[in-house]
Design a protein around this ligand. Structure first.
Ligand SMILES: N=c1c2ncn([C@@H]3O[C@H](COP(=O)(O)OP(=O)(O)OP(=O)(O)O)[C@@H](O)[C@H]3O)c2ncn1[C@@H]1O[C@H](COP(=O)(O)O)[C@@H](O)[C@H]1O
Length: 106
């Protein structure tokens, strides 16, 4: 078993996708389809934004964790994982966002 909790959660989501929706939240949400997963992710993003406007670090951590968990459900539904995000972050590493934007044609 990997010692990276992000990888373990991805593995658990992959296993639970086809579990019993009566006992698995992942199975229940996945059965509702990509649009519902995406909607849920959007809701968690808004809740994270609202938490960020406050000063309660625990609230921000809780909402951000909900956000990351629902992002993981969406990634798995799309056949992806945090490995794909890690690879893209590594590709972008060291490239300034200002310089990258300036290099775009339009
Ligand atoms: N990390 C999480 C996790 N974080 C949040 N949640 C659930 O996400 C749901 C969303 O919470 P909300 O209050 O926003 O939503 P809601 O209560 O469904 O509200 P509505 O959308 O119905 O209005 C809640 O049921 C939370 O318990 C999670 N459910 C599961 N996991 C991980 O996924 C694994 C598999 O979960 P199951 O598939 O449920 O066994 C678990 O062992 C955990 O490791």
């Amino acid at each position: 078993m990997t010692d990276d909790v992000f990888d373990r959660v991805i593995a658990r989501i992959t296993l639970n996708r086809h579990a019993d929706p009566a006992t698995s939240y992942v199975a229940r949400l996945t059965a509702k389809g990509r649009a519902k997963i995406a909607q849920k992710l959007g809701e968690e993003a808004v809740e994270t934004v609202i938490a960020a406007m406050g000063k309660d670090r625990g609230e921000i951590v809780g909402e951000a964790t909900d956000l990351m968990f629902h992002l993981a459900v969406l990634l798995v539904d799309a056949g992806l994982s945090f490995d794909d995000i890690r690879a893209e972050l590594e590709r972008r590493e060291g490239v300034s966002g200002i310089a990258e934007k300036a290099s775009r044609k339009v």
